[in-house]
Design a protein around this ligand. Structure first.
Ligand code: F6P
Length: 320
């Protein structure tokens, strides 16, 4: 193996830059040349390649977003698109790829490997933290902290005005962000896509807590479970308690990565480059109980990550 490629694809996540830096510098340390592809799989198909040396990845460890840019590429979902990508990788002399992204990105990497024999190693990068085979994906910790910073401010005004606030956080298909944020901000209730819920139950809970003297409440709704504006309207109509809502949206994907995400990204990026240099392929790097691990992409993509029951119970217990 002489030259590896690195790319970021799908939704960006804070810490992706630290991961790119780690792939490049660990790759160089192993005697590899490194090429960056812009705009994810789209850039591979179009041949948007840039040589990356140590200097090119200087000064980015603290930056949010991804200097390689990213995209969601429909063409790459089709065999013909992946064929074009393979041909372009051949033309660029790429012997292996470090791919940073979420489950869609990793599924694309696996298809490229299986259909065309391109050695790939995946690096989990997604604020959603919904990827199996790792305790954490890059960006989750920062996204949760970003949401908490905003919600702490909301709590102040909720308290002063004795209002209920419904805060919508990201998570189209899963509630990992929602659950962590709910615990971290001391939410009175949380609505998650994985769990059936009735807003009328939330209303009953609010009425009970108001009867006990509680004067402000925060409800966290993951975007895949409910729209915050609808929940707010329902609460007001069924309880008469004054309510407001806030959609945190894409601000959760931006910002400087936390120390946790930076170090995670460095460890995972360096491991990915080392695995490629040592001839491993078709796997994803991750952490398990703080230790670095590698799992076959086939395992990662066929296992679903589930919510932690102990955490769920804790939200309920703490909201009493
Ligand atoms: O997968 C990351 C994520 O931020 C999800 O939480 C969210 O539902 C989605 O991406 C939003 O995607 P887009 O950037 O295409 O609006």
């Amino acid at each position: 193996m002489k030259r590896i490629g690195v790319l970021t694809s799908g939704g960006d996540a804070p810490g992706m830059n630290a991961a790119i830096r780690a792939v490049v510098r660990a790759g160089l340390a192993r005697g590899l040349l490194v090429t960056g592809f812009l705009h994810g799989w789209e850039g591979v198909i179009q041949g948007e390649a840039v040589p990356l040396d140590s200097k090119a990845v200087g000064g980015i460890i603290d930056k949010g977003g991804t200097v390689l840019r990213t995209a969601r590429c429909d063409e790459f979902r089709e065999f013909e698109g992946r064929k074009k990508a393979y041909e372009m990788l051949q033309a660029q002399g790429i012997d292996g790829l470090a791919v940073i992204g979420g489950d869609g990105t990793l599924a694309g990497a696996r298809a490229l490997q299986e259909e065309f024999g391109v050695p790939v190693v995946g690096i989990p990068g997604s604020i959603d933290n919904d990827i199996s085979g790792t305790d954490f994906s890059i960006g989750f910790d920062t996204a949760v902290n970003t949401a908490l910073e905003a919600i702490d401010k909301i709590r102040d005004t909720a308290h002063s005005h004795e209002r209920v606030f419904v805060v919508e956080v990201m998570g189209r298909a899963n509630g990992f962000i929602g659950l962590e944020v709910a615990l971290g901000c001391g939410a009175e209730a949380v609505l998650l896509p994985e769990l059936p819920y009735r807003i009328s139950d939330v209303c009953d809970q609010l009425k009970r807590s108001h009867a006990r003297g509680k004067r402000s409440s925060i409800i966290i709704a993951a975007e895949g479970a409910a729209r915050a504006s609808d929940v707010k309207d329902f609460i007001f109509e069924h309880t008469g308690i004054e309510a407001r809502y806030l959609v945190l949206g894409h601000m959760q994907r931006g910002g400087s990565p936390t120390a946790f995400d930076r170090v995670l990204a460095l460890r995972l990026g360096a491991l990915a480059a080392n695995r490629l240099a040592s001839g491993f392929e078709g796997e994803m790097v991750g952490v398990d109980g703080g230790k670095l691990v590698c799992h076959p992409l086939s395992y990662v993509l066929s296992h679903e990550r589930t919510l932690d029951a102990e955490r769920l119970l804790l939200v309920e217990t703490m909201s009493q």
